[in-house]
Design a protein around this ligand. Structure first.
Ligand code: 3HC
Length: 721
């Protein structure tokens, strides 16, 4: 039975309070929309109702239209499932009614929720409620009149900013810019709203239909100039058709009037729901949220323990980044360094100053965060910490020594985490008796910026420890993805064949800069060769050694990086790699690299004639991405991830895989397992094991099934511990 309801309570003052309820965010499911229509009809017909206050249950107004309905429509293509809200409910029933409506907003009013509120004749809100139209981040545009009413309330500039950035504002700001009529404390919200509604009904306050307003709109010439500027800005994101189309809907309403705008908006909204961008972005919305549900771990009565103080070992880039993120989350940090100059502490300070300079952090918050940080050179503070995070170089014996030491010094409840990106947890904890509290916390660099946290568990890690780390990750505003212990874990493991395939393609004679261009055009932030420059050849080479021994027969070996190092190239670090780097200018291709590449190609001998293969951009892209898809299949099959969509979330957050493609596996499924299998099989025949299709991929292709599964893979249960 649906939990979505709409109730109505009529007070002796003649105000009907209509309340939407659909936990947890009062999403506007079809049942809520039907309920609203029914209650409004009743309120209009009753003589004892003079005015209406519209609100939401449990401290929230509404999180907008029920996004799961998009999935239904996208699966079936049946647009008739979308109820007529824009004209029928918002315009005719609420805005055009003979009795006034006032929205009483608390918690949040997002998307369709805010659009309902804007159809009301006034909006009263608690000060901290979040108001916004984030539809563009789902690949659609507002579809309940938002593109028309928001500019009429807050002005064109602010309205477009709010929509294009999908960034909500607080009601306090909305009060300043016309979106909210007055602010009321939570305990007085309904009282103020019902009084306001009565005053409108009795003619003591203005009865304003937002769609009819023009006072916040500027002259047509100025409007067009602004729209032009935003169109230019939106050209930077060519894969987001919704951005330009949103501007089209706004323009229609300003040029031809609100009603024409509402109709155009509705047409575009429906078109976009079925677009590939929306399908991908809606998938990403749910994929990100699914990561916090882990079978047999969450929702089974375990509660995360409080973590008040964390010790970090190592003040390098990783350690200082993690320290920055932790103190910004109000957690005390002890940063243990070897260097008495405390370079790590200085890096943390520089990280915070960078955030202040860019805007998201105030000086005061920076000072507060720094007050939570202490640098030490020994283990003296470790006896009172709740978690240790080891962040030293990828050296197994060093890590083993550290874990052996901290095991004795830290309290028994203390979590022992390692930031290793490749080394097996059992090897790290080999010399300890604490395997149940040893866990991998694989942050991505820079750790105070990158949103992904891979939480790595071994068969001995306690579920409580996994849950604690998930909780800490959320406090640090990371998306924690729980993965099983294996070489490279989920992200690096999935993407090592991407790097190896890129190297192989280069050794088939394809120019490295062309490879990078193709991959950038696909939507990655940079190509694999530029990424190698950024990461540093030391790290890349060390990881390659580990992959070569763990995944024998599935790698591509070349001595290109070694030769580049011998040539004095360190990548971005010393300004010479695949590219030449100079401060203030974009990386430039380096023609002098060609001789080294030629030499490496001769060694690899993939093209004995020395003649480059003839290959299209599409083939380059597929040859580089399909091996990663293939490895992702192994990762699913082995139960390294809890569900296939975790790979999608991780590929976007950890590797910069384009969000508008929905993540690696979602994208792969748009091409089909049969196609990918046949391509890989051909390349495996020509170029070897790097391309050999995995049994999982082969089975899926033979059965014509998608690669993503909706249920957890068979091996992924935490209960196996
Ligand atoms: C026609 C219209 O113009 C079209 C629209 O309105 S499209 C919808 C526009 N609204 C949005 O984009 C808001 C989307 N939601 C959010 O940003 C966030 O969920 C939120 C800010 C509301 C709450 O965030 P937070 O408290 O961190 O909780 P979060 O985990 O994200 O969500 C809680 C649950 O509500 C669900 N949910 C949130 N908004 C939802 C929505 N609009 N529809 C369906 N489910 C929704 C989430 O999927 C999650 O479900 P789960 O517990 O089963 O995983």
């Amino acid at each position: 039975m649906s939990k979505a309801t709409v109730s109505m309570k009529i007070g002796s003052d003649g105000v009907a309070i209509i309340t939407m309820s659909n936990p947890p965010v009062n999403a506007l499911a079809p049942a809520v929309i039907a309920g609203l229509k029914e209650k409004y009809a009743e309120a209009m017909s009753r003589r004892d109702v003079k005015a209406i206050v519209l609100t939401g249950e449990s401290g929230k107004f509404s999180g907008g239209f029920d996004i799961s309905v998009f999935i239904e429509v996208q699966k079936t293509g049946d647009l008739s499932v979308l109820p007529d809200v824009s004209v029928d409910l918002v315009m005719k029933t609420i805005e055009g009614a003979e009795k006034p409506s006032v929205a009483a907003i608390h918690g949040l009013a997002l998307g369709g929720g805010l659009e309902l509120a804007m159809g009301c004749h006034a909006r009263i809100s608690t000060p901290d409620a979040l108001l916004g139209l984030p539809e563009l981040s789902l690949g659609v545009i507002p579809g309940f009149g938002g593109t028309q009413r928001l500019p009429r309330l807050v002005g064109l500039q602010k309205a477009i900013e709010m929509m294009l950035l999908s960034k909500p504002i607080k009601a306090k700001e909305g009060y300043g810019n016309g979106l909210v009529d007055t602010i009321a404390p939570p305990e007085e919200l309904l009282t103020v709203a019902r009084r306001w509604a009565l005053e409108i009904a009795e003619g003591r306050k203005a009865w304003r239909k937002t769609l009819d307003r023009t006072d916040r709109l500027s002259a047509l010439y100025e409007t067009r100039q602004k729209l032009y500027a935003f169109r230019k800005y939106s050209e930077r994101t060519p894969n987001m058709p919704q951005n330009q189309l949103c501007l089209d809907a706004i323009e229609e309403g300003i040029v031809h009037g609100g009603y024409a705008g509402v109709l155009k908006e509705s047409r575009i909204f429906k078109e976009l729901v079925l677009s590939s961008t929306s399908k991908s972005l809606v998938h990403v919305f749910f994929a990100l949220r699914a990561t916090s549900k882990v079978p047999n771990l969450t929702g089974v009565g375990l509660r995360p323990r409080p973590i008040r103080k964390v010790a970090i070992i190592g003040g390098g880039l990783m350690g200082s980044g993690i320290a920055t993120a932790l103190i910004l989350s109000d957690i005390h940090v002890v940063l243990k360094e070897r260097d008495p100059a405390f370079r790590g502490l200085k890096t943390v300070e520089a990280n915070l100053k960078g955030l202040v300079k860019k805007g998201p952090l105030t000086q005061e918050k920076m000072r507060k965060a720094l007050s939570l940080l202490k640098g030490v050179l020994d283990y003296s503070e470790f006896e009172c910490v709740d978690m240790v995070i080891e962040a030293v170089i990828e050296n197994a014996p060093l890590k083993q020594t550290i874990f052996n030491e901290v095991e004795k010094l830290c309290p028994p409840h203390c979590i022992l985490a390692t930031t290793t990106s490749t080394i097996d947890l059992n090897i790290v904890g080999k010399n300890t008796n604490s395997h149940d509290r040893i866990i991998g916390a694989h942050f991505f660099s820079p750790a105070h910026v990158m949103p992904l946290l891979e939480i790595v568990w071994s068969e001995k890690t306690s579920p409580q420890v996994i849950l604690d780390l998930m909780n800490i990750g959320k406090m640090m505003k990371k998306v924690p993805i729980v993965v099983q212990n294996c070489t490279g874990f989920a992200v690096n493991r999935t993407f090592f064949p991407y790097h190896h395939a890129s190297a192989l393609v280069l050794h088939l004679g394809v120019d490295p800069y062309r490879i990078d261009r193709v991959i950038r055009k696909f939507g990655m932030p940079m190509g694999p060769n530029q990424l190698a420059d950024l990461v540093g050849y030391g790290v890349v080479s060390a990881a390659n050694v580990i992959y070569s021994s763990a995944f024998k027969g599935r790698t591509f070996e070349s001595n290109l990086l070694e030769m580049m190092i011998q040539d004095g190239r360190k990548g971005k670090e010393n300004g010479r790699g695949f590219y030449l780097y100079q401060r203030g200018s974009k990386p430039k291709p380096d023609p002098s690299l060609q001789a080294i590449i030629d030499e490496s190609r001769r060694h690899a001998n993939l093209i004995p004639s020395g003649k480059s293969i003839s290959i299209s951009d599409q083939e380059i892209m597929e040859m580089i991405f399909f091996p990663a898809v293939n490895e992702a299949c192994r990762v699913i099959d082995e139960g390294v991830v809890v569900r296939a969509s975790d790979i999608d979330a991780a590929s976007i957050l950890g590797m910069g895989f384009p969000r508008h493609r929905g993540g690696l596996l979602f994208w792969a499924d748009t091409l089909g397992s049969i196609y990918i299998f046949s391509k890989l099989k051909n390349w495996a025949n020509a170029y070897g094991g790097l391309f050999a299709p995995s049994p999982y991929l082969e089975e899926r292709a033979k059965k014509g099934l998608p690669l993503s599964t909706t249920t957890s893979p068979p091996n992924a249960s935490i209960s196996r511990m």
